[in-house]
Design a protein around this ligand. Structure first.
Ligand code: WT7
Length: 634
């Protein structure tokens, strides 16, 4: 694939992608292996919504991520695996080995009766087998849904139930820093309340004793022993679903974002190669987890489609010491490093002397994703990790967009700290005001929408197309609404300001406030609650919960607060644990009964100077009481 290598080329390619999107993407698609080519590049309407890219084309994505490279460079390393503990051995899998392991597992899945269209849940640690499991599903046409292993049994059960998964792939346990997590137990709990799952495949990682249910549970090793390393990939339609990935929104339970095969393939490969300026012998590392979209698109699919060497790290940034990330970069001579602002801020807190102990000279490009990056973190990252010489790619995108949307192209787009900068080719962002009017020109701020489809846009939300329409395509008819606010400066550069809906971004993890409230409200003494985000030094946003107890609660308040936190861990997972629980007599409400979150946000961020007009509230007195409870009364 030809790479964009100058600003001039970027401008030219961008213009081409707007003037004639179909021929632009058609040309890029020519670089892939197709069983049958498309008879139409794009068919779309954002009303239904209905979007089809590369209509009637036939392919298998693993043919492009594996077989194609096995032909050209079978011995090139596809995946480097760095274990949780640095004393354990590194694993390097060549393209041939990854191909063979994927085929073995694909054959194994077929012996369990898994076929095209079946849903398979992957609930695994960051081991090579997680990538193999995803690829094997794609090979046979099964739709994978990876659930981040930090989610609770309850969250897992919700997802299994929603997509009616037939199979769960998991491990006996997970290593995460000093902790060992008993994931198989969580799977057993989840399966006690769901009916669709017929088998559980268990990969042995920790070797801890676990219970295996006869005829349901099977060890990974047993499934793939004496099985062929050849597998004819299932021929998929361009628009067959590739995977479902659950993500949180303003309301209700997380929804299953559906991505389809061809468009996702073309777009993730294209953006990976261009944004990171990946060169054939580079070592690339993205520190995300495969449980998130970043892991799907830029640990597994994008890099492998590009024939790259992608590093997978099992552990956490601070184990066994806070120099671990920098140590890994030196150990494996990483050329492109992609992480989240929350990790940068957490490591920045250990001081600038720490990265000085490492060479970091292999680095060429450093990236950021998941949340707005603040100025201090941007400069620290640039100076102490990029050593002033590496461009930063601040990539804005979402689970729903499948791939990066607004981002510098490394070394091509001039950097401006904290700006995601310019749209990638094929992406047509607009800023709109509350009425949906497009804000033209420079120096404007508004809600960020995209007015034309790109190949990896979500197609639906699993089992509920109406919800997809309402969430993304109804607010501003004819446009995809991102949920983010952004500003465009005098150079036309875009800076993402954050969510404008009830979604909070905690350490780059996306959580719905309604979801957390539901978990809190499940506590028997709780009458009502409201959750808001507040600025947090390391996490970006922290979780602040206002809780109203019932009259009958004579329990000790500290105990109740502990129980509430426990409840959230159990319902969602440790990532959703409130940083602060404040017991309050009531919540501020409008006369129509709507909770005034604006006021709660102000109190949570200790910014009570301008609370605005509260006289129209149903219960204005409660505001002062809350301020006192929060310890902010003067
Ligand atoms: C939300 C999407 C993109 C993969 C990881 C997160 C925020 C993401 C940036 C960025 C500012 C960002 C947005 C977006 N976000 N990247 N570079 N600058 N904000 O995917 O969990 O679907 O979350 O993350 O608010 O809407 P996600």
């Amino acid at each position: 694939m030809k790479r964009i290598s100058s600003l001039h080329q970027y401008c030219h390619q961008y213009q081409k992608s707007i003037d004639d999107p179909e021929s632009f993407w058609e040309q890029i698609a020519e670089d892939f292996n197709w069983h049958q080519k498309w008879n139409r590049v794009l068919d779309w309407d954002f009303q239904t919504p209905q979007i089809k890219w590369f209509e009637n084309a036939k392919l298998n994505i693993t043919d492009n991520a594996l077989d194609k490279h096995v032909e050209k460079h079978p011995d090139k390393v596809a995946i480097i695996w760095e274990p949780n503990h640095p004393d354990e051995s590194v694993i390097k899998l060549s393209y041939r080995e990854l191909h063979d392991e994927t085929c073995r597992f694909a054959n194994g899945l077929e012996t369990l009766g898994i076929t095209k269209g079946d849903r398979v849940i992957i609930y695994m640690p960051m081991v090579v087998q997680a990538a193999i499991a995803m690829l094997a599903c794609a090979r046979i046409g099964a739709i994978h849904s990876v659930v981040f292993a930090g989610f609770s049994a309850h969250s897992l059960a919700d997802r299994i139930d929603n997509c009616q998964a037939k199979l769960v792939i998991t491990s006996d346990g997970n290593f995460r820093g000093e902790k060992t997590i008993e994931v198989k137990k969580l799977v057993d709990q989840a399966l006690a309340s769901t009916k669709s799952v017929q088998h559980v495949v268990v990969f042995k990682r920790t070797g801890q004793p676990i219970s295996m249910k006869t005829s349901r549970d099977i060890w990974w090793e047993d499934l793939v022993s004496n099985i062929s390393t050849k597998h004819q990939p299932t021929i998929m339609d361009a628009e067959d679903p590739l995977f479902i990935l659950y993500t949180s929104g303003s309301t209700g339970k997380p929804k299953g974002v559906v991505h389809t095969t061809a468009g996702y393939m073309v777009y993730t490969a294209y953006t990976f190669i261009n944004v990171f300026q990946y060169q054939q012998n580079d070592i690339y590392w993205c520190s995300a987890d495969v449980g998130w979209i970043t892991g799907h698109s830029y640990i597994v699919y994008g890099p492998l489609l590009a024939g790259a060497t992608t590093l997978m790290f099992e552990g956490v940034p601070t184990f066994p010491h806070p120099g671990r990330f920098w140590e890994i970069i030196d150990k494996h001579h990483v050329n492109q490093f992609y992480t989240a602002p929350t990790a940068i801020r957490a490591l920045q807190a250990y001081g600038s002397d720490l990265p000085k102990k490492y060479s970091l000279e292999s680095l060429k490009v450093i990236g950021s994703v998941g949340e707005p990056i603040n100025k201090e973190a941007w400069h620290w990252y640039h100076k102490h990790i990029g050593r002033g010489r590496c461009p930063i790619v601040d990539t804005w995108w979402q689970t729903e967009t499948g791939g990066m949307m607004i981002s510098p192209i490394a070394g091509v787009t001039p950097n401006k700290p904290t700006f995601a900068s310019l749209p990638l080719p094929g992406v047509q962002p607009v800023l709109v005001d509350k009425t949906g009017k497009i804000l033209e020109g420079m120096n404007v701020k508004g809600n960020l929408c995209i007015q034309f489809p790109w190949p990896s846009i979500l197609r639906t939300t699993w089992g509920d197309h109406q919800r997809c329409k309402e969430t993304y395509f109804s607010m501003y008819p004819g446009m995809y609404f991102t949920g983010d606010e952004a500003k465009r400066d005098h150079d036309g550069y875009l800076r993402i300001l954050g969510r404008v809906d009830d979604v909070i971004n905690v350490s780059g993890h996306r959580l719905g406030t309604a979801e957390i409230e539901n978990a809190i409200n499940a506590h028997k003494n709780v009458t009502e609650s409201a959750v808001v985000g507040f600025p947090h030094q390391i996490k970006g946003e922290g979780i602040y919960a206002y809780v109203v107890l019932g009259d009958d609660s004579s329990m000790d308040h500290d105990t109740i607060i502990d129980e509430i936190i426990q409840e959230v861990r159990l319902f969602i997972g440790p990532i959703a644990k409130p940083d602060k629980v404040l017991l309050v007599p009531d919540l501020p409400k409008t006369r129509s009964g709507k909770i005034m979150r604006r006021i709660l946000r102000k109190v949570a961020s200790q910014d009570i100077q301008q609370l605005g007009d509260i006289s129209t509230l149903l219960n204005p007195d409660v505001v002062q009481e809350i301020i006192e409870k929060a310890g902010l009364a003067s």
